[in-house]
Design a protein around this ligand. Structure first.
Ligand code: HEM
Length: 255
């Protein structure tokens, strides 16, 4: 605990001078502020999401399921707010966006370190994305750390193993078989069953965020190429099938 400074104000506590001084549009166009604020608020929510995610992984590793579910419920709510905020951004018309799009240069949400860290810490560990970040830089180091630490996916497999499920070589089939058993006897394995449904909530919400992103992108720039150099909406559409827990989706068919 840090002692409360004498006479501390609301603005002091929240560092508002820094926070509210961090919006620096490069054009004098009205809508650029919205574009900046939406990105910054999403980065703040991602910061909170990562804070909860690291906590949830630790709790699952300690078989503290009720507390882990509480943290994961918060993660899903944060994701819901992040998804809803696309509706504010979609008030940006293609005409108004094109007026300042050039100021973005080659910057793109594709470079969001926190987004990639969330994917890694959930379990979508794709080391190829590291090459986006400068070697020896802070962002690269954060992502390398996340790659080396247990993800929520890996933590959930640990929980299955501690409960006595044999995951063998960790193949998709072995994991799917274990989860299927949990769902087939959900009363016996209630903790794991509840955990699994929270994992699906998070996966579902991430897919929802991706869908709404691509829809907003199509609405604003159609099929133009992205500022980050990708094909744009076609690239984003190709990410829509990504799932962190494919086994938990597959078992719905097999139940
Ligand atoms: C006018 C609004 C937006 C447009 C037109 C747009 C467009 C795009 C495009 C075309 C890409 C593909 C990479 C590229 O070539 O640039 C991309 C990726 C991405 N954008 Fe956006 N975006 C917008 C708003 C946002 C906002 C508000 C966020 C919030 C942080 C965001 C986060 C991301 C992320 C995380 C990726 C990488 C997705 C992945 O690789 O799976 N974008 N965006």
């Amino acid at each position: 605990m840090t002692a409360t400074p004498v006479g501390m104000t609301y603005a002091d506590y929240l560092n508002l001078k820094q926070l509210l001084g961090a919006q620096t549009p490069l054009s004098d166009l009205h809508d650029e502020m919205l574009f900046i604020v939406i990105h910054q608020t999403k980065e703040l929510w991602m910061k909170q999401l990562l804070h909860e995610l690291r906590f949830a992984v630790d709790l699952v590793q300690g078989d503290r399921f009720a507390e882990a579910c509480k943290a994961m419920a918060r993660i899903s709510r944060i994701q819901a707010v992040m998804t809803l905020s696309w509706d504010v951004l979609s008030t940006l018309t293609p005409v108004d966006y094109l007026k300042f799009r050039n100021v973005l240069g080659t910057s793109s949400g594709f470079q969001s370190e926190q987004f990639r860290e969330i994917e890694f810490r959930l379990g979508l560990k794709e080391p190829n994305f590291l090459s986006q970040y400068q070697e020896g830089g802070k962002e690269r180091a954060a992502l390398e750390k996340a790659l080396g630490e247990p993800s929520l996916r890996e933590a959930s497999h640990g929980a299955l193993e501690r409960a006595g499920f044999d995951l063998g070589d960790g193949s998709i089939e072995a994991i799917a078989k274990a989860w299927l058993e949990v769902y087939r006897d959900s009363e016996r394995w209630f903790d794991l069953y509840e955990l699994a449904e929270k994992l699906v909530d998070i996966d579902d919400a991430l897919a929802g965020w991706r869908h709404k992103h691509v829809l907003t992108v199509e609405r604003i720039i159609g099929n133009k190429r992205g500022t980050g150099g990708s094909a744009g909406a076609p690239y984003l559409r190709a990410t829509l099938d990504k799932r962190i827990f494919p086994e938990l989706w597959a078992l719905r068919t097999d139940l």
